[in-house]
Design a protein around this ligand. Structure first.
Ligand code: HEC
Length: 104
């Protein structure tokens, strides 16, 4: 299991090494806004699609004293959904693979 094997190592960053600067900046905001109440690992190990992330971030924002402004949500989502997409090894080829099944 991935979670067990990394449990005693440092939590990975919110973005992959290949992320462009604008994503790194968005993730710096995310790290600052989103670790007031829990550690980064809660976010790094969560697996959400973009729709679920929006729901989760809105839920976090509405906690009393979250310090998260409505305008922060888009920035945070840019970071979180970039990570989600890049965790798929090869988006283009896996999409083609699915189309091959769906449209024989
Ligand atoms: C005001 C405190 C607070 C802040 C700020 C906060 N969280 Fe949370 N978070 C919580 C609490 C409390 C829980 C556990 C209860 C729950 O899930 O509602 C949680 C749970 C989570 C979970 C696990 C549940 C799920 O839906 O996957 C994720 C992921 C998460 N937070 C991400 C974030 C992100 C991303 C941010 C920044 C936008 C953030 N949190 C900011 C308090 C906070």
């Amino acid at each position: 299991m991935l979670v067990a094997s990394v449990s005693c190592q440092e939590t990975p960053p919110l973005y992959p090494a290949s992320a462009p600067n604008e994503i790194r900046e968005a993730c710096a905001v995310t790290a600052q806004k989103c670790t007031a109440c829990h550690e980064r690992d809660r976010i790094v190990y969560a697996r959400h699609n973009p729709t679920e992330w929006r729901t989760t971030v809105e839920r976090m924002r509405k906690f009393p004293g979250s310090g998260i402004a409505p305008a922060d949500v888009e920035v945070v989502l840019r970071c979180l959904t970039y990570s989600a997409e890049s965790s798929v090894d090869s988006p283009a080829s896996s999409r083609m693979g699915r189309f091959a099944t769906w449209n024989p």
